[in-house]
Structures are given as C-alpha cells and as structure tokens.
Write a protein that binds this ligand. Structure first.
Ligand SMILES: Nc1ncnc2c1ncn2[C@@H]1O[C@H](COP(=O)(O)OP(=O)(O)OP(=O)(O)O)[C@@H](O)[C@H]1O
Length: 408
C-alpha cells in the first residue's frame, strides 16, 4: 500500500529520484514539467537533490536548482544534500550547493537557542516585526521578533528560513551584520549587530540639511553596501525597501544598510489574503522611496534600489522629504503615473550630483546607473569637495593659522 500519498504519486516520486540518481536530465525535466514538486521525498526523506548530490551529477543538480528547491532538506539520517556531497567527496557539487546557501548540518550554523537571548527593551516596530535590544553571549545585539501575520504563514516562514543561510554568508563594512536566528521555536527571531547611533531618518530629523561632504560620504556608504549586495553570487540580493529608517549609523559615523533581502516578504504586492501588509501594520512610509515599476506591480529587478537611493540622497541635501504633508501613497502614484520627481531647491549639490540623481530615478529602469558606477562618480565628487575645502583653508591668511589650524 502506498499510504496517504497515493500509488501514482509514489510512482512519480520513484521516477524523479531514480532520474536524479542516474543524472538523467530528460527524465527529470519530464517529471518536473508534469507538476511534481521538486522537493518531493521518499519515506526516508531523500529528495532528488540528495541523490544528485550523493552521486555527483553536476548538470542534474543545476537543473534541480533552477526549480528552486529547498537547498537544505533533511533526510531520516539527519543529512542535507551538502552533507552527502561532502561525504562522497564531490567538490564541484559542494561549491554549487554552498553558493546556494547549502549547509552541512541539519542544525544550521546560524541557529540561536532562544534561551541564549536576554531581551532588554523595545527600540522600534516595522512591517516584519518588533525590534528589541538584547544581550547574546555577552554582546549587545538587535533582536527582531517576526510579527504574527508573517510568522503564521507557512509559505512565508519557509521562504524566510530559506533566506537565512544566504544572509549568514554576507559580510561588508556598510551592511548590518546578520548574527543568527531562532527558527526551531516560536516566535521566529532574527539577530543582528546593534547600532546605537540610530537611523538616517532620525539623523535628518535632528540635523536637517546635511553638509555636502557628509551627504556625499553617507551616499558612498549606502552605495558601497548596496553594490556588495547587488554583486552577490549566484543572485543579486535586492533590498526592495531601501529608506532612511533602514540606514543605521555606526560609532564612526558611517552608514550601514539594514533589513536587506527581506523586502520580498512584504510590500504593496498583495498577499494571499489580498491585504497590503504595509497598510495592515500602518506602515506606509516606504511608498516615498518606491520605484514606479514596483508600485505598478510590473516585473522589476535590483534597479528598484537605485531609484530609492536617488530619493534618499536628494532628501539628505534638502533636509527631508519635499512633500512631507502629502500621503506617501499619493506621492507614489504621482511618481509612477505622472512622472513627478523631487525638486532641487538648495545650491549645495556638488557638480554632477543633480545629473546623477536624475539618472537614478529615471522612469526606465534600464537607464539607471549601477551602484558600481555611482561609487566612481561619488568618489570624484568627494575628492572635488576635498580639494575645494583645501583651497578655502589656503585662503585663510597665514597670520591666522597655527600648525594648520585657523585661530579666529
Ligand atoms: N540593528 C539595529 N540597531 C539599532 N537600531 C535598529 C536596528 N535595527 C533597527 N533599528 C531601529 O529600529 C527601528 C525599527 O526597525 P525595523 O527594521 O523593525 O523597522 P523599519 O525599518 O522602520 O520598517 P520595516 O521593517 O518595515 O522596513 C529602525 O528605524 C531603527 O531605528
């Protein structure tokens, strides 16, 4: 008897696993095109990915990965496909699986037992969850508890957990460091480094317009962090929700990008219940930074982050959003449907900056520059500002200067 699954499905799974173990590409394609889930497993929990990995069939493994399987399914022995590939010495397979977030242990390296977290005080609430300062192994960290509308949706939880192995690989000076997560117990918690100096939104609320030198430095910090994420292999990490509240300042006064890679779980694209999670959580701020193609529910890619970047940099020079009193959703409509863009009202933009921002928020995503190009142009502006400062210091009469410091 084939049990609850039915004899026909059993047979299909048998064919899928046999094709994987033999490296039979045509067989795999036929069965998967027929609608069988790529993650289907036998009673030992063995999936096609386990078998292709154990037998060392690289093309079969690549084909399976195109069907977006769970990269770390665990069989009855507790082994993942990567654990099998390591055991049988298939180096190429190990490399590919690791690039796709494969882990050797069924308890991933990033797993943090909830007992290790000592929650201290809440610091904020966003569309994903509530964020608290916590102590973990003697270090102060930020712990984000994932909100019920997301945590109760099994599909979202599966995708969220699938994303963590990738987050654990990331490390860059301008990217908030992921430290681990609680996934084996509820509620789900994501743990990152804690940045006590607050976010760019609070910084602009306090300081208003930023000096050109500071704005260019902050823009470079964001662009460097984002360039690292966009150049991630095998797939770019798209932020999708880049905004001043997601840019945190470290002790040295540099910005780091936070909340990346998770934007796909929220946003104006309606969830299965038809509800808009931004509206469900009362959070509509992100519409201010939203690329037209996202608002219009069109296909989009990583260039949506370039659009948001352009709006954020304009705000740094202007001291905040131009249309502070307009509903964020109305702004998104005006930008997406009427081509409205923020104005340039101050004269502190360095040479080349206005042109750069106009390119960043071009309606046509293909015309937007890459972050690599943006970095080069910002570095030129930064050295021009440095040179100007140098000249203006030179202009101070020498009698007013002592060891390079002006005495006024
Ligand atoms: N790692 C951190 N260190 C210090 N403060 C943080 C950290 N992460 C977030 N915060 C603070 O908590 C606030 C809320 O963060 P959270 O990411 O939960 O929401 P958000 O960014 O406002 O919204 P969303 O999650 O919808 O993007 C942030 O604006 C920031 O000031």
């Amino acid at each position: 008897m084939a049990g609850a699954r039915g004899a026909q499905e059993e047979e299909e799974i048998g064919k899928l696993l046999l094709s994987a173990s033999q490296g039979d590409l045509a067989g795999l394609e036929t069965i998967l095109q027929g609608g069988l889930a790529v993650d289907s497993a036998d009673y030992d929990g063995r999936t096609a990915l386990h078998l292709a990995a154990s037998e060392g069939h690289v093309p079969a493994l690549k084909l399976l990965l195109k069907h977006k399987p769970n990269v770390n399914p665990v069989d009855r022995k507790g082994d993942t496909p990567l654990a099998n590939a390591v055991e049988y010495g298939h180096t190429e397979i190990c490399k590919i699986l690791r690039e796709h977030g494969g882990v050797v242990s069924s308890v991933p390296d990033y797993e943090i037992p909830i007992s290790e977290l000592e929650f201290k005080r809440p610091i904020g609430k966003g569309a994903f969850g509530e964020i608290c300062v916590a102590k973990w192994r003697g270090t102060t960290v930020a712990a984000k508890t994932i909100l019920a509308p997301l945590a109760n949706n099994p599909q979202i939880v599966k995708e969220f957990i699938g994303e963590l192995a990738m987050l654990a690989q990331l490390s860059h000076p301008n990217v908030v460091q992921f430290l681990g997560a609680v996934t084996k117990t509820h509620p789900l918690v994501m743990v990152t480094e804690y940045l006590p100096k607050g976010d760019l939104y609070a910084h602009m609320e306090k300081s208003g317009r930023l000096e050109a030198g500071t704005a260019v430095q902050f823009a470079l910090d964001i662009a460097r962090g984002m360039n690292y994420l966009h150049q991630h292999k095998p797939e770019a990490v798209v932020h999708r929700d880049l905004k001043p509240r997601n840019l945190l300042e470290n002790e040295a006064g540099h910005l780091k990008v936070a909340d990346f890679g998770l934007g796909k779980f929220i946003g104006p694209v309606t969830t299965d219940g038809g509800a808009d999670l931004y509206e469900m959580t009362g959070e509509t701020g992100s519409y201010r930074y939203m690329a037209p193609e996202v608002f219009l529910h069109k296909h989009y890619n990583e260039t949506v982050d370039i659009f948001s970047f352009g709006i954020i940099v304009q705000e740094m020079f202007e001291g905040g959003p131009a249309s502070r009193f307009q509903y964020p959703k109305e702004i998104a409509i005006a930008r997406a449907k009427e081509g409205q863009r923020p104005p340039f009202t101050v004269n502190s933009y360095p040479k080349g900056m206005k042109q750069l921002l106009k390119e960043c928020w071009d309606h046509n995503p293909e015309k937007r520059p890459t972050f690599a190009n943006i970095i080069t142009r910002l570095e030129e502006m930064q050295s021009a500002i440095g040179t100007q400062k140098h000249h203006s210091t030179d202009a101070v009469p020498s009698s007013n200067r002592t060891h390079g410091c002006s005495v006024l």
